[in-house]
Design a protein around this ligand. Sequence first.
Ligand code: ADP
Length: 917
Amino acid sequence: MPMASEACAVLLGSVGPVGPGLGCLKMPPDRPLFAPSQRFLSISCKMRQRNLGSQPKRQRSKKFPPKSSTVNMKSQSNDDEDNGAQDASGGHQLNSDSRTLSSANGDSNSIVMTVEALPSANDGVTQIEKVHGRQIPSVCLEDLIAMIRNAEKNILLLNEARVQALEDLDKILSEKEALQTDLNNLEMKLAETDARIKVTAREKIHVELLENQLEKLKNEMASNRFLGEKHDLHDNEEKLNLDSVTLGAKNSPLAQELSTLHKENMLLKDDIQNLKAKLDDVKETEQRVLMLEKERSILEISLKELESKLAIAQEDVSKLSAVKSDCKALSEKVESLQGLLDQATKQAERAVTVLHHNHELQRKVDLLEASLQQANADKFSSEKALKYNELLEQKVKLLEERLQISDEEINSHIHMYQESVKEFQDIVDKLKEEIKKKSLEETMDDMPLEFWSRLLLTIDGLLLEKKISLNDASSLREMTWKKDNLIRDAYLACKGKVDNENLSSFLKLALSRPSSGLNIVHIAAEMAPIAKVGGLGDVVSGLGKALQMKGHLVEIILPKYDCMQYDRICDLKVLDVALQSYFDGQMFKNQIWVGTVEGLPVYFIEPHHPAKFFWRGQVYGEHDDFKRFSYFSHAALELLYQSGKKPNIIHCHDWHTAFVAPLYWDIYATRGFNSARICFTCHNFEYQGVTSASELASCGLDVHHLHRPDRMQDNSAHDKVNPIKGAIVYSNIVTTVSPTYAQEVRTTEGGRGLQETLNFHSKKFVGILNGIDTDAWNPSTDTFLKVQYSPDDLLGKTQNKKALRKDLNLSTSEAFRPLVGCITRLVPQKGVHLIRHAIYRTLELGGQFVLLGSSPVPHIQREFEGIANHFQSDPHVRLLLKFDEALSHTIYAATDMLIIPSLFEPCGLTQVLICFS
Ligand code: ADP
C-alpha cells in the first residue's frame, strides 16, 4: 500500500509537467493530477511508521492486485508495441525516461516500479505544439488518437489506482479506528492495572505490617512461653485471620494470596515451633552434656584430691585416733548435757502443768468473785449469807496464797530451765569451735603436693631473683620440704602470694625446723608425660612421686624442649634471672623456667646458645646430641650451684646426663658445692654415647685428665670417651633397672664393653627393679581414657575398645575380632621383624592389629611406613608411626592382647604396664 502511494507520487512528479497535455482531459493545470494523493501520502507515511511495529498488518496491506502496484501496465506496453517500434524509429527512447523507483527506506516490502512506454512529456508537448501550429503534419492523426487513447487508458488506470487507494484509505481509516479503540481499551486497561498495582502495593504494605506483627508475636511467644501469652498469641492470630478475611473481602485474589501466605506462615510457624522444640532439646542435651562433663571433671579433680587426702589420712591415722578419743569425750559431754536438757525439759513440762492448774484456780477464783458480787448485789442480810461470804473470802485468800506459791514455783523452774539451756548452749558452742578447729587442722594437713611444690618454686625463684638471702631460702626450703605448718600458714596468710608487699610478713611468719628427709635432685633428659621417649621418662616421674610421698624433697631438672607437652605443665613461668654457664670456652645465658609436673617441682633450662640445642622438634636423634646433653649437664649443675641448694642426692640417668658425675666431682665439688652424693642409673647399656675424646672439652671437662682407661676412655674404641663409663667411675652409686639385668651386663655378652668396668666397680653397682606409677596407669582413674574401668566392672574396657576402633577407623562391625596392640620404640632390640610378622599373622587369624611406635632408625621407619601405607584402607590394621602418650594409654586399656617381642629387655616397663592393666 505505501508503495502504491509512492508510485502515484512518482507518477505525479513525472506527469505533473504534462499539465497542458492533460488539460485537454479537463484537468485544471495547477491542480495535481492525483489530488487525494497528498492526503493519501501523509496517511501512507503514518501507516508505514505504525506498520514498522506491526509486521502482520503490513503483510496484509501488501495484498494489492499486482495490476495496481505495477503502474507500468503491461497492456500499455503491449498496446504500444507499434509505438515502441515508432519510438525507436523516431529516435526517442522512452526508456531514456524510464525511472526505477524504490522505497526510500529500502524496505523489503517495497515495490519496484518502472515507468516505461510512456512517451516523454517533452516529446508529447513538441508533438502537440506541432499539431496546433499546423506545421508539418509529421505525426498522423491515428498516432495522436492512439496517444490519446493511451492517455485515457492511463487516466483510467490512474483512476482505478485512485479508487483502489481510496478503498485502501477507507480500510486504513477503519483500521485506524479499530486501532484507536484498541488503543483506548488498552489505555483503559493500563489505567485499571495501575490502579490495581497501587491497591496491591497498599495491600502488600499491609501484609508486610501483618507479617511483622506475626513475627513480633512469634518472638514474644519464644521469649515467654507462659500459657497466657500463648493465648494472647492465639488472639492475635485470630485478629490476623480477621484482618486477612477483611482483606479478602476487599480484594479476593489478594485475599487468596494472603490466605495462602497465611497458610504458609502457619506451616512455617509449625516448622519453627518444631525446630525450636528440637533446638531446645539439643540445647538441653548440650547443657546436660556440659554439666555432665563439668561434673565429671569436678569428680575427677575431687577424686584426685580424695586420693591424696587418703594418703595423708593414712599417715595421720594416729593423729585421728587422738581426735577420735577427744570426740568420744566430747560426745560423752554432749550425752550428759542431753540428760540435763531432758531433766530441764521435764521440769519445764511440770511447770507448764502447774501453770495450767493455776489458770484453772484463777478461773475458779474469778467465778467465786463473780458469785460474791452477785450475792452482794442480791443484798443478803442474813447471817448465813454473811458467814457464807466470810467462808468464801477465806477460800479466796487461800486460793490466792496457793496461786502465789505456784507462781513462785513456776518462776524458779523457768529460771532453772533457762540456766540449763544457757549451759547447754555454751557447751555446744565450745564443741562447735573445737570441731571447727580440728577440721581446719585436717584441711591444712590435706594441702596437695602441688601446693608444696609451688611454694618451693616460689622460694627458689625469690632466691634466684636475689629477693631473699641464701640462709632464709635454705630454712624456707627445709620447712616446705617438711610440710611445716608454719610456712603453710604464713603462705596462706599472705593469700598464696609472696610478692614484694607480702615478702617481709611471710618471712617473719616462717620459722625453720630440722629436717629428716633427703633433698633429691633428678637431672634427666626425659620426664613423663611431658617429655617421654621410653621407660626413662616413666621412671623419672614415677620414682620422683614415690620419693616425694615418702617425705623427701624431690626436684627435677630438664632441658626446655620445644616439643614438650606444655599442657601438662602447671604454672609454668620464667624466672627473672639469666643463668650463665660455660661451654666451648664461652659463657652462655640460660633462661630458667619453673613449673610443676604431676605435683613435682621442675626446672627447665633454656640455653641461649646459637645452636638452639633443644629447639629441634625431638628429644634425641640429633647429630650433636653429645654437645646438647653435655651442655645441659653442665648448666643443670650450674643452676644448683648458683641457687645455693645443698642437695643430698643428685640422681642422673643414662648417658645424656652421665656427664654430671665427673663435672660434679672435678669442677663443682672443688668450688665447695659438695653436699650431694651422685647416683647414676643406667636404663639401657645399649646406648653409651661414645664419641671422640676431644668433644669432651666443650662442657669444661679436662680431656687429658679423663681420657684414661680407668676413667672415661672407651674400653673398645680407645680414641673415644664413654660417658656411661665416666658415670660408673665417678658416681657414688650406680644402679640399673633390674637385678637380672645387673647380672647380665657384667657378662661379656650383655655388658656392651662395660662389663670390666662394672665388675671393677661392682661394690657400688646394684640392680633395682623398676616400678610404674600406679596413679598414672590406673584405668579406674586414668584421665586419658574415654571410660574408666576397674577389674570389677570391665564394661569400660569394651567401651574403650569400641571408641578406639572408631577413632582409628577400624571396622566395628565384627566386634568379636580380638584387638591386638603393640606400643614400642621400633628399634632392633624390640624385635621389629617379629612385630611385622605379628601384624600379618593376626590378620590371618581374623584379628585386628594396632601398632603405636616410632623409630629413630631411618630404614626401619621407612619399612613400617611402607606397611602402614599398604594397610592404609584395611579395616583391620592400623599403624601409627609416632609417639603419642594419650593414645598409648587408650591402647593399653582397650586391646585384648598386647605383643612385646623384645630380643632383650633391661626391665621392660611395657611388660609391667601390661601386667598392671
Ligand atoms: P624402653 O624404655 O626400652 O623404650 P620400656 O618398655 O621400658 O621400653 O618403656 C617404654 C615406655 O614407652 C612405655 O611406657 C611405653 O608405653 C612407652 N612408649 C613406647 N613407644 C611409645 C609410643 N610410640 N607412644 C607412646 N608411648 C610409647
